[in-house]
Design a protein. Structure first.
Length: 744
């Protein structure tokens, strides 16, 4: 057995790696206090050659710090560059996001890839086009405005030609990106439903995912986790495992234990045997259940922040409504378990990872491994199913700890399903209380939104602490970073807690809990899912109390015409005015509901209508149809835009009807799909999405916009079908039957 605690940490000379492609990227040279802020990701990645290289062979090399994990941004970013450079997409080569090579755009999250990274690349490509045109004009002795570009070939009225490839050199782009260059007004690839470049490998069995990587001499490893959080090893006997066929080594560092074998199935078999030969000291400090956690949440120590305050004219209250809504801990439940491949060679550690942030991941790897940043290389490779901070960052450290102990051999680590369910960070449980008042005319005159939640971000990359799982179990353990909330206007637990609706009096209070019963972090939408569920449920109940149509009730409380437009469009799509809100037929209950939100109050506008059928005997809810209208400004790829809205609606159907992480004092009670049901293909609703094209508006983030409105629309439809609202997610058959029983 190899005990890596006994291996002295090596110190390396601070010298850069020999890169095939070099450039003058140096964001640390610029600070916002010293220079004017630039838009999007340009603000911290200002050099033109950090984004683009034009090669003599006619290829355009594109570097991006935002990563692909199924949302289609690789294709969209290629469309942006092709459009501004006036070249065919086939000329573009996208470099996988790699530390030391790619611009540092932080984490790919929050629906910001196109809005921030895409905007930066658009400026870079437009600037490169103008630089090359000016250079060509200077050579030809004519005005740049008289030149024409066709797929990188530049032609003068005289017929004289040159090209990007003949004009470009490395020094030409060693400058700060200019944001004064105008974008092209007419588009060739932007706005077109170009087929995604990542799909062929996925449907043909190619090397689409990090799970598919194969390398000569690659070894396979599995980690043996404790039976519960915060447990520690009392005794480990590796003798039996070390004699098993194919076993190469057992690695131990404190309470971090892994087995390495020549073949994957050998590693899995060895893991099961080794689990039986480890004794653990258990903490047993979890709450008895989720319901007990909810009962005590409001009494927990918290950091309280008041936001979104309005104090307008006081109007007489006619009706007051109050309600409490809850959302459970939710797992990422990715179909493909977390995976990474690591290799230590020539005193440097390289990891191929599906992390959503190469540079933040490297920050924590540097802390844990004790190597300088230039000796740790993180290369992105897409993973199967990424919806936030799953186990992708953690498995990268697992692989690197093992690779450091076994240099010169690629180490592949893939989590088992029970690792995934028990050890990945979950989406935080939340309580939301809303108190609202109507005047005699049915207008909302007072609104108070109060929420209790753990943090929604414990990602790597914080200045203090280490947020990678294995680092907490080493012989010299690290501590996690302090709890924090992502600040407004984007927000974390309070994301979308401030309604876009206009009320004269309003107050939002965020209680950020310091104590976390289970590990939590970013899951798609963060707090927006619960906040929109609560807000839109209350809006429906207020509309009913005011005896007003839910769509028109929302519209009269909005001053944003684009918000009104998506509600109007989805109402037409679903024939809202011509279909009853609820009815009974064949022993089944039917209902429909509407909801709206502008994600983060900064990004995509989405309005949704849901149709549901409820079986009162079994309590089963079937979502039959989902309609959505979305406005994301300039749609780079309309098909990709729709894909994101559609995918969000399918995922939110699963969250809303099924998903919740059960636990007791001894640990997490889910280890397989049988204990964590998700939406099955037979229950996927019909999904209809229409987008509002706005070519003269900036592109908005769309990836997380439909989950909140989708959930709330389903909840409102169920409330209409039952004649009784369910305030707690998920909307399980047991809760349906309880709601129906409460009416009798």
């Amino acid at each position: 057995m190899i005990n890596t605690s006994d291996i002295a940490r090596r110190h390396f000379l601070k010298s850069g790696l020999g890169l095939a492609i070099g450039f003058a990227w140096a964001p640390e040279l610029f600070s916002q206090s010293a220079v004017d802020a630039l838009p999007g990701s340009l603000n911290t990645n200002r050099m033109l050659d950090s984004w683009l290289h034009i090669q003599p062979d006619g290829k355009v090399i594109v570097f991006a710090g935002k990563v692909e994990f199924g949302q289609g941004i690789t294709t969209a970013l290629m469309q942006i560059v092709a459009d501004e450079l006036e070249i065919e997409m086939s000329r573009i080569v996208m470099i996988p996001t790699t530390t030391g090579i790619s611009p540092n755009e932080g984490v790919t999250s929050g629906s910001q890839s196109i809005e921030y990274g895409g905007l930066a690349l658009r400026y870079a490509a437009a600037d490169a086009r103008e630089i090359l045109l000016e250079r060509a004009a200077l050579q030809m002795g004519i005005a740049a405005a008289d030149l024409r570009i066709n797929n990188g070939e530049i032609t003068a009225p005289t017929g004289r030609t040159t090209s990007y490839w003949a004009l470009a050199n490395r020094e030409l782009f060693q400058k700060q990106v200019s944001t004064k260059t105008a974008f092209k007004k007419s588009h060739t690839t932007i706005g077109q439903p170009i087929r995604r470049v990542d799909i062929p490998a996925k449907v043909s069995g190619g090397t689409a995912y990090v799970q598919d990587i194969k390398m000569p001499g690659m070894l396979h490893a599995r980690v043996i986790r404790p039976p519960a959080p915060r447990a520690a090893i009392l005794k480990l006997d590796a003798g039996q495992v070390e004699k098993m066929p194919g076993v190469v080594a057992v690695i131990q560092n404190g309470s971090f234990v892994a087995v390495v074998a020549q073949r994957e199935e050998q590693a899995i078999q060895a893991r099961e045997v080794l689990k039986k030969n480890i004794s653990w000291k258990l903490a047993e400090d979890l709450p008895p259940s989720l319901s007990s956690w909810f009962r005590g949440m409001k009494q927990k120590s918290s950091t309280d922040t008041v936001i979104g305050v309005k104090q307008g004219s006081s109007r007489a209250r006619s009706k007051v409504l109050s309600a409490q809504f809850t959302k459970p801990f939710i797992a990422h439940a990715s179909i493909g378990p977390s995976c990474a491949v690591a290799l230590m060679k020539d005193d440097a550690l390289t990891v191929w990872t599906h992390s959503q942030g190469m540079y933040p991941l490297r920050t924590d790897l540097v802390k844990t491994l004790g190597l300088p940043p230039e000796k740790i290389i993180c290369i992105h490779k897409e993973g199967s199913g990424m919806y936030g901070q799953s186990g992708a960052d953690d498995v990268a450290l697992d692989a690197m700890l093992i690779a450091k102990a076994l240099p010169n051999q690629p180490i592949r680590v893939q989590w088992m399903r029970d690792d995934e369910f028990k050890w990945e960070p979950y989406g935080s449980a939340m309580i939301v209380n809303i108190d609202a008042a109507l005047d005699r005319d049915g207008n909302i005159v007072d609104w108070k939104h109060e929420l209790w939640s753990n943090t929604h971000s414990t990602r790597p990359g914080e200045p203090t602490g280490d947020n990678l799982l294995a680092s907490w179990y080493l012989e010299t353990p690290f501590r996690p970073s302090p709890v924090k909330n992502i600040p407004q206007p984007a927000g974390g637990s309070d994301r979308n807690a401030i309604p876009l609706y206009v009320f004269p009096n309003q107050k939002v209070v965020n209680h950020l809990l310091e104590e976390m019963p289970v590990r939590v972090s970013a899951l798609r939408t963060l707090g927006a899912y619960a906040n929109v569920f609560a807000i839109e449920s209350m809006m429906d109940d207020l509309a009913k109390s005011a005896n007003q149509d839910p769509a028109q009730f929302r519209i009269k409380h909005l001053q944003d015409s684009r918000a009104v437009d998506v509600i109007t469009q989805v109402s037409k799509m679903a024939a809202w005015d011509k279909t009853p809100m609820s009815y009974k037929k064949g022993g089944k209950l039917y209902g429909r509901g509407l909801a709206f939100a502008k994600y983060k109050n900064l990004s995509v506008y989405v309005a949704c209508i849901a149709d549901v059928m409820v079986d009162p005997k079994t309590g089963k809810i079937s979502v039959t149809d989902l309609y959505a209208s979305a406005d994301g400004g300039l749609a780079i790829n309309p098909d990709g835009f729709k894909n994101q809205i559609e995918g969000g609606l399918v995922q939110t159907t699963s969250w809303t009807l099924y998903e919740s992480v059960p636990f007791n004092q001894a640990g997490i009670e889910v280890s397989s799909w049988s204990e964590y049901p998700v939406l099955r293909f037979a229950d996927v609703p019909n999904v209809y999405v229409e987008i509002i094209h706005r070519e003269n508006e900036k592109s908005l983030g769309v990836g997380e916009g439909s989950q909140g409105p989708g959930c709330a629309a389903i909840a409102n439809a169920v409330a209409n079908a039952l004649g009784q609202r369910i305030f707690d997610l998920p909307l399980t058959p047991e809760r349906v039957k309880a709601a129906l029983a409460s009416k009798t």
